[in-house]
Design a binder for this molecule. Structure first.
Ligand code: GUN
Length: 301
């Protein structure tokens, strides 16, 4: 079997065009352009690339993208003050604090990341990291959906891959991907996107004893562990759908959490790295920024 390549880049482009059209419509109705403020602390090269890509994507969609670049020497209270300013600025609809925050920041002590993310106004929390938005998602009445899991939902939906009654194994339990992904797939209805719901979900992680056996039972396997090529071909059930969230730099190559070559011989469909899940994250960030602009409009009248 040679797996079908799930082209996240193409789907992301499709979504971005839809958002650009919606932004135009929103502005034609007399609203100011949606505005996303990104805060980048320090000089991490990967974060700089991400933020530049976000700026470019915003511009193409007709969204104002503002980046606040702060030195690594910024203190916790200075960072919180920047967030408070943006919370209070009416023209800013979405706020994103680029992670990871530098471990050398805040006078060498490192930042209290939880406190920083908690400081973002939940109505402007386009990453959906605030406890309010996580709680709403848990209860099946989400406001913003976290960008990477939402991108995966859109990818499955647009490739007409179904989840109802299927066994999905999510490898990884991060707050950004693993945990919300599992929650979204187990929802009773398709409120998170299309008909993607009603899956039976297993969350596996670094302490899972029989990881290979559990993965082998997955109809859909989602790898989000951050360990290069950890998921081997033998861990995949023949015909399974494999979603690789990992982006790992190994020497001068980017590789996922899945051994792509071996997995492609077993799976029915698989996302490549790069060009799979990555581009969808930014597309869904644009979606959340437009949604934030619409919500703030609604809730301020
Ligand atoms: N760093 C890596 N992924 C993300 C993300 O989705 N949001 C933010 N804010 N930082 C990140």
């Amino acid at each position: 079997m040679t797996a079908e390549r799930l082209d996240g880049k193409r789907i992301a482009q499709e979504i971005r065009e839809e958002i650009a059209a919606e932004v135009k419509e929103f502005m034609n109705a007399g609203h100011a352009p949606p505005c996303l403020a990104a805060i980048l602390v320090g000089e991490d090269p990967a974060s700089q690339v991400y933020v530049r890509n976000k700026e470019r994507a915003c511009e193409k969609a007709g969204i104002l993208g503002k980046t606040f670049r702060l030195p690594a020497s910024t203190t916790q209270s200075e960072l919180l003050a920047t967030i408070a300013d943006l919370n209070a600025t009416q023209s800013v609809n979405g706020i994103l604090v680029q992670l990871p925050l530098p471990s050398t920041g805040n006078g060498g002590e490192g930042f209290d990341e939880r406190a920083v993310l908690d400081a973002v106004d939940p109505l402007k929390d386009v990453d959906a990291f605030s406890p309010v938005n996580v709680g709403l998602l848990m209860q099946g009445r989400h406001r913003f959906l976290p960008c990477t899991p939402h991108g995966i939902i859109q990818l499955l939906h647009r490739y007409k891959l179904t989840t109802s009654g299927k066994h999905v194994v999510v490898v990884g339990r991060s707050d950004i991907v693993g945990k919300p992904m599992a929650m979204m797939l187990a929802q009773r209805d398709g409120s998170c996107g299309g008909e993607i719901a009603n899956a039976t979900v297993t969350i596996a992680h670094s302490r899972t004893g029989n990881l290979t056996e559990i993965c082998q039972t997955a109809d859909i396997l989602i790898a989000a562990v951050g360990v290069p090529e950890m998921i081997s071909g033998e861990m995949i059930k023949p015909g399974a759908v494999v979603i690789d969230v990992g982006i790992n730099r190994v020497e001068d190559r980017l590789v996922g959490d899945v051994d792509f070559e071996e997995a492609s011989k077993v799976a029915s469909a698989i996302t490549p790295v790069p060009g799979g899940v990555g581009p969808l994250t930014i597309a869904m960030l644009l979606h959340n920024t437009l949604l934030a602009a619409k919500l703030q409009k609604t809730e301020s009248t």
